[in-house]
Design a binder for this molecule. Structure first.
Ligand code: ADP
Ligand code: ZN
Length: 292
């Protein structure tokens, strides 16, 4: 089978072709410009590829309600040109195939559940910590959408006692994303996260915030695996710090061996590495074929 996959990001678009084993056979990437230009690139890429379906994991917020006339739109993003943009319809007008359509993070959670760190499990939560913070939720064998879709990057947080940073979210100021996404780290310390040494105090503060979010998600959704991806999570020293925060916050209350004895295998990086998003989109495309 030849399935098309699109990881539609706010910074770059990645398009690829893969098969039902999750093998990505070809991929290209281009910067996210205005939508007409970006979609022209996407359409040119798939033009002669003869794909049987296309799966899309997109930055949002999105409309993923199949009953809505605005299904397939990117909705309220401040990104110039992309607000109320009918991304899915633009592709449907070009390629008459089944489509999978979901948030980038739901796609990544799904890809991880099929082929990655949560393979064989019927639930996982996927966080991306990058330019923003997003959360994808797979539960009882299904991606969760609910009213709109989860927006767990914007949950409110308790402040680190030594942190005087005001917060960087234009909507909520000191929500999780406002305190812990890549741009917040850069604004707090005056240097990009990638330029801070592994023993810099930034990482303890970062783990304090991510650890809060992860403890809350464990209490709220009881996922069988928590996967942390995105550019900031390339700082591998964060993983032990976050696990420690989570154990501290839960304080023995949640009685599970996965947490109490095997947390190193419970809070993990993506099994698919930086392919999680594209492989997730591929998995959405495959699902669309099965359901067609
Ligand atoms: P996006 O969220 O745009 O899809 P990324 O997941 O790569 O892309 O996130 C980009 C953000 O992550 C930027 O704010 C960048 O400074 C930060 N970042 C990227 N790589 C690293 C790294 N190795 N260490 C710390 N921060 C990083
Ligand atoms: Zn916010």
């Amino acid at each position: 089978m030849r399935i098309g996959a699109i990881e539609a990001g706010g910074t770059k678009f990645i398009c690829g072709i893969g098969n039902e084993q999750g093998v990505i056979q070809d991929r290209v990437s281009f910067p996210t410009e205005r939508p007409e230009r970006t979609l022209a690139n996407v359409i040119a890429y798939f033009k002669d590829k003869q794909v049987e379906a296309i799966g899309i994991g997109s930055f949002g917020p999105l409309n993923i309600d199949p009953e809505s006339p605005y299904y397939g739109y990117i909705t309220s993003t401040p990104k110039p040109g992309w607000g109320n943009y009918p991304l899915l319809n633009t592709l449907k007008n070009e390629f008459d195939v089944p489509y999978g359509w979901d948030t980038d993070v739901n796609a990544a959670a799904y890809g991880e559940a099929i082929w990655g760190a949560a393979r064989g499990l019927d639930s996982c939560v996927y966080y991306t910590v990058g330019t923003g913070i997003g959360v994808g939720v797979y539960s009882e064998g299904k991606l969760i959408h609910g009213l709109v879709h989860p927006e767990g990057g914007h949950v409110l947080t308790r402040r680190h006692p030594q942190d005087e940073f005001a917060g960087h979210c234009p909507y909520h100021r000191d929500c999780l994303e406002g305190m812990a996404a890549g741009p917040a780290i850069e604004a707090r310390w005056g240097r990009k996260g990638s330029e801070l040494p592994a023993d810099h105090p930034a990482w303890e503060i970062e783990a304090f915030y991510i650890g809060q979010a992860v403890s809350s998600v464990i209490l709220m959704l009881s996922p069988k695996k928590v996967i942390l991806g995105g550019g900031v999570m390339h700082q591998e020293q964060l993983f032990p710090l976050i696990r420690k925060e989570v154990l501290h916050n839960l304080n023995g209350y949640v009685q599970s061996d996965q947490l109490l004895a095997q947390i190193d295998a419970y809070i993990v990086p993506p099994g698919l590495g930086d392919n999680a998003g594209l492989a997730g989109a591929l998995a959405l495309g495959l699902k669309a074929v099965e359901q067609a």
